[in-house]
Design a protein around this ligand. Structure first.
Ligand SMILES: Cc1ncc(COP(=O)(O)O)c(C=O)c1O
Length: 386
């Protein structure tokens, strides 16, 4: 079956030590073969929770509401012209808009159907049987799933006691890795790693490796846009920044994300490109990006709902990990497992995250939803704790 893989892709993989079997698994992963794996862990777990459709859904770090009005309008207009593959150069328009907002050249940007797929492609492009993945523990678990699927070595490095990525320990864990994965703010903790520490990692990592900086939740943070790592892309460093429209823009089901990297790095990841987001989705994303007032209104709403929830839980004597800057918090249930608490909340009509972080067995993740969602969560907590 390896004859189905493009020659340049085959050459790249074989030259980096992939076996024929691993090469095949790579092809399966991007072709969506039934035996392959989902490229988005939130999506994979959300599907497993299909039965919870009518519950308060605060388990998958989604936005509590859908796309912004200008995005919906642009998306619908583009749908009307969907007989064309590219009615009005929508992909170029999105790239141009991102370039303007992020101050990154257009040839440093590529859009994909969701950022989970970019993470997977980065691993294939920069990891191999000898070049491992280094990441924090706990962190977003999609790269773990991909690395296991590809049989790439993984180094899990505990977060510091104040929940930053321990960048020095990450480098020490594998000084010759292919990818150093930094999620800022981190999922599931929502905590930030200071830029100076990320810069240290970028300056000290082995040549040829990339620091993969996942900024899926960056819009929710107080300091955005001053805390993004885009200056490292502009400086031509070996970094990849990923972003998604699944969070503040409310487009998780529409599937669009993008990466920012130097053209050399972008080309390596692009070797594994399979498809682009649909034109209506792309048009929706472009119009949403510039809806600054609406973006800021959502951020403020999130901050209020998160503060209200943290205050409630703290008053009830529970330990909330943090401070979280994302649309999620973690609670240490201490005497109960995250798995059991998920079942207990479900019985109350509330869906919190599935237990996905084995190193923190008693800590559960709760996504921040609307005020009504969070009031329902607090009510359920009251009942559970009495
Ligand atoms: C840290 C992080 N990165 C990437 C993703 C993938 O997002 P998507 O594939 O929806 O763009 C998620 C999803 O929740 C995430 O939490």
């Amino acid at each position: 079956m390896t004859h189905l893989i493009r020659e340049d892709v085959k050459d790249d993989l074989l030259s980096r030590g992939y076996s024929r079997r691993q090469m095949l698994r790579t092809a399966m992963m991007f072709s969506g073969a039934a035996a392959a794996l989902s490229l988005n862990t939130e999506l994979a777990f959300a599907q497993e929770d299909e039965a919870a459709k009518n519950m308060v859904r605060i388990g998958s770090n989604e936005c509590w509401t859908g796309p912004m009005a200008p995005g919906l309008q642009a998306g619908m207009a583009a749908f009307a012209n969907a007989n064309r593959y590219s009615p009005n150069g929508e992909v170029a328009q999105l790239t141009k808009t991102i370039a303007g907002i992020e101050n990154v050249p257009e040839d440093h940007i590529a859009t994909y159907p969701g950022s989970g797929g970019i993470l997977a492609r980065t691993l294939v492009a920069f990891c191999s049987p000898t070049k491992g993945l280094v990441q924090a523990d706990p962190t977003y678990d999609n790269p773990t799933r991909v690395a296991k699927f590809l049989k790439t070595p993984i180094s899990n490095v505990p977060l510091t006691s104040d929940y930053r990525h321990d960048v020095k320990a990450m480098l020490a864990a594998n000084p010759d890795a292919g990818v150093y994965y930094v999620v800022n703010p981190n999922n599931p903790t929502g905590t930030m790693t200071p830029m100076a520490e990320i810069e240290w990692l970028v300056d000290n990592k082995p040549a040829g490796a990339v620091v993969l900086i996942d900024e899926a939740y960056i819009h929710w943070t107080k300091d955005y846009p001053n805390n993004t790592a885009t200056h490292l892309v502009r400086a031509g460093k070996e970094v990849i920044i990923t972003r998604t429209f699944s969070k503040v823009f409310g487009m998780a089901g529409a599937r669009v994300g993008f990466l920012m990297a130097s053209p050399d790095v972008l080309k390596k990841v692009g070797l594994y490109e399979t498809d682009r987001p649909s034109i209506p989705t792309t048009a929706c994303a472009t119009a949403s990006l510039t809806a600054t007032g609406l973006i800021n209104a959502r951020r403020k709403e999130l901050w209020e709902n998160r503060a209200m929830t943290v205050e409630y839980l703290t008053k009830r004597g529970l330990k909330v990990i943090g401070p979280s800057e994302g649309n999620m918090i973690m609670v240490d249930w201490k005497t109960k497992s995250a798995k059991d608490m998920g079942i207990i909340y479900k019985a109350q009509g509330v869906q919190i995250s599935s237990p996905r972080w084995p190193s923190w067995p008693t800590v559960g993740r709760i996504s921040i939803g609307s005020k009504t969602d969070m009031e329902a969560f607090c009510n359920a907590t009251g009942k559970i704790l009495t």
